[in-house]
Design a protein around this ligand. Structure first.
Ligand code: HEC
Ligand code: HEC
Ligand code: HEC
Ligand code: HEC
Ligand code: HEC
Ligand code: HEC
Ligand code: HEC
Length: 366
């Protein structure tokens, strides 16, 4: 539980004295009660603290410059702190409920892009509801009095701030991401490069193991393809939009289409948060690392040099090495062979089962 306000009687003495002061008109268009709350000594004295029952202290000061720059500049204090009815107010205030305004078709015009429905079903919402204090509520990602829309550069949820906002809790992923091609491009203001939310979602983030997750092994191809199969982006950055098509034609791609999860998807070869161009020595697809990448114990433990030097995204290369064409043909043969054999096997199996069942029914009937 987060600590609640336990406001000592002493504070209220100060409060009453403060409310007697003539309020100075607020320079910025802000609701009248800002003056009462903030220009009073209660919430307006820099560095003011209250002492809580357990002996700890909590800041009392509200920096109006945060509020007047925030998306909520037109709201009054008590619209959010809605259980305040009298001043001085009771000590035990409820936490602010963002969802009291941000729901679909709310009359206040608070934007809602499904947060109201999606958040409780996300991994964060569910963990939070189960009592996991480490899982974020709205304020952990958005801030408190300084909440701004995602397009404002200083917003905690601006694309460029996300590595920090999500990274406050997911440090390893964020640190790695920052050194990847996607991370360095984001830092360099490239608007087309993925931030955390482009691969994971926003209010609907799910566990990696959830089959519905955008980063579940069966959805990785789809997630990367949104950009890497887009011709406009390909033209802009000089990468081939055929990467996806060529992958899909390959053995790995065909198997992925049929949801065989053990096969290589984009991330198995390119990495996840550490994706780099093949020219970078640290890249998983740098020539020197390819054998390691393909030879991951559960993939191709016996991968030979020949295998590693073959074109992976076949079809892009104009002249395909003979060995690669051969492996490709072999793969196609294998796919047709394995799937065909499986189909025939299943057909026989089905016949056997139906025959058995018919026999049992006849025996029962007799
Ligand atoms: C957009 C809604 C919103 C508005 C408007 C708002 N607050 Fe808050 N305030 C919050 C949230 C969220 C918290 C974090 C604690 C919680 O969840 O209740 C908070 C916390 C506080 C705290 C505790 C400070 C701390 O650091 O723990 C004080 C004091 C406070 N608000 C005073 C004010 C005053 C005074 C105003 C008007 C000038 C105001 N608030 C306007 C949402 C709001
Ligand atoms: C009293 C109603 C109310 C409460 C409570 C409230 N909001 Fe808002 N919020 C609004 C309104 C209204 C707007 C639109 C303001 C505008 O456009 O002038 C808004 C705007 C926003 C925006 C900016 C959206 C954009 O695209 O510009 C974000 C983000 C946001 N709120 C998040 C929160 C969070 C997080 C909380 C909880 C701490 C919260 N709100 C609590 C009414 C509320
Ligand atoms: C895990 C972090 C996280 C949590 C938790 C979270 N949000 Fe957000 N929210 C974001 C990010 C990131 C964006 C920006 C999305 C974008 O750039 O499209 C956003 C966008 C928004 C917007 C602006 C939508 C728009 O397009 O104008 C509102 C409003 C909002 N969130 C409200 C909430 C509310 C209410 C909650 C709690 C029920 C909440 N958020 C919980 C990360 C979060
Ligand atoms: C290019 C797409 C992409 C981007 C950008 C991205 N991720 Fe991921 N992330 C993935 C994939 C794919 C996985 C699933 C890995 C797996 O299968 O184990 C993942 C897994 C995760 C996990 C779970 C790790 C685990 O071991 O269970 C977390 C947490 C995470 N990402 C956070 C982040 C954060 C924070 C950011 C931004 C700093 C981010 N991701 C950016 C694609 C991405
Ligand atoms: C206040 C801390 C906090 C913040 C901020 C936060 N998360 Fe999380 N996140 C958690 C916790 C706790 C879990 C639950 C699973 C766990 O224990 O790892 C989780 C789970 C996840 C998972 C699923 C991991 C898995 O094991 O499958 C992903 C992906 C993820 N978060 C991404 C993000 C992204 C992207 C952002 C920013 C938009 C973000 N998180 C912001 C705390 C946070
Ligand atoms: C939101 C769009 C987007 C998503 C999603 C995305 N990427 Fe990228 N990616 C880019 C852009 C843009 C670049 C180019 C940066 C540059 O070259 O300047 C890039 C660069 C790359 C590169 C280096 C290419 C080169 O020619 O240097 C690789 C490899 C890569 N991405 C793989 C992936 C994989 C694998 C995924 C999925 C896990 C993925 N990307 C998801 C946009 C995206
Ligand atoms: C079996 C491993 C493997 C899989 C699966 C794979 N790739 Fe690749 N990818 C490579 C290798 C190796 C290279 C570099 C050699 C080449 O150009 O063919 C590469 C090159 C790339 C490049 C250009 C990078 C550069 O530095 O020039 C991009 C972009 C790319 N792949 C995207 C994808 C996407 C998107 C997917 C999923 C649809 C995917 N890859 C699946 C191994 C793989």
């Amino acid at each position: 539980m987060r600590t609640r306000f336990i406001i000592a009687a002493l504070v209220w003495t100060v409060a009453s004295a403060a409310s007697a002061q003539a309020p100075t008109p607020d320079a910025v268009e802000s609701p009248a009660d800002y003056r009462g709350c903030v220009l009073s000594k209660c919430h307006g004295t820099p560095g003011a603290f209250i002492e809580l029952e357990d002996g700890s202290t909590r800041p009392m000061t509200v920096d109006t410059s945060h509020l007047v720059d925030s998306a909520h500049k037109k709201l009054s204090c008590i619209e959010c702190h809605s259980d305040i009815e009298v001043i001085p107010h009771p000590a035990d205030l409820k936490l602010v409920n963002c969802e009291s305004c941000h729901y679909a078709q709310n009359p206040r015009g608070a934007p809602n892009v499904g947060q109201f429905k999606q958040y409780p079903e996300s991994v964060h919402g569910r963990k939070r509801a189960e009592g996991d204090e480490k899982a974020p509520y709205c304020t952990d990602c958005h801030g408190v009095h300084d909440i701004q829309g995602p397009d404002t550069p200083s917003s905690h949820v601006h694309r460029k701030e996300l590595a920090g906002t999500c990274g406050g809790c997911h440090e390893d992923e964020s640190t790695t991401y920052a050194t990847s091609i996607h991370g360095t491009e984001l830092a360099a203001d490239n608007p087309d490069t993925p931030a955390c939310i482009d691969c994971h979602g926003v209010h609907d983030i799910l566990e990696v193991g959830d089959p519905e997750s955008r980063v579940h092994s069966t959805h990785v191809v789809e997630t990367c393809s949104r950009c890497h199969a887009a011709v406009a982006l390909a033209d802009r950055y000089g990468f081939s939009a055929l990467r996806v098509e060529s992958y899909e034609e390959s053995f790995h791609g065909l198997a992925d289409k049929y949801d065989v999860t053990v096969v290589a998807n984009c991330s198995s070869c390119h990495g996840i948060h550490n994706i780099l161009p093949h020219t970078e020595p640290d890249s998983t697809i740098h020539a020197a690392n390819l054998l390691d990448t393909c030879g991951q114990t559960d993939c191709h433990p016996d991968a030979q040099d020949l295998f590693a030097t073959g074109e992976v995204h076949m079809g892009i290369a104009e002249a395909r090495p003979v060995a690669v064409s051969f492996v490709r043909a072999l793969y196609m043969l294998l796919i047709v062979g394995v799937i065909g054999a499986m189909a025939v096997h299943n057909l026989f199996d089905l016949r056997a089962v139906t025959r058995d069942r018919r026999a049992t029914t006849q025996r029962r009937d007799a």
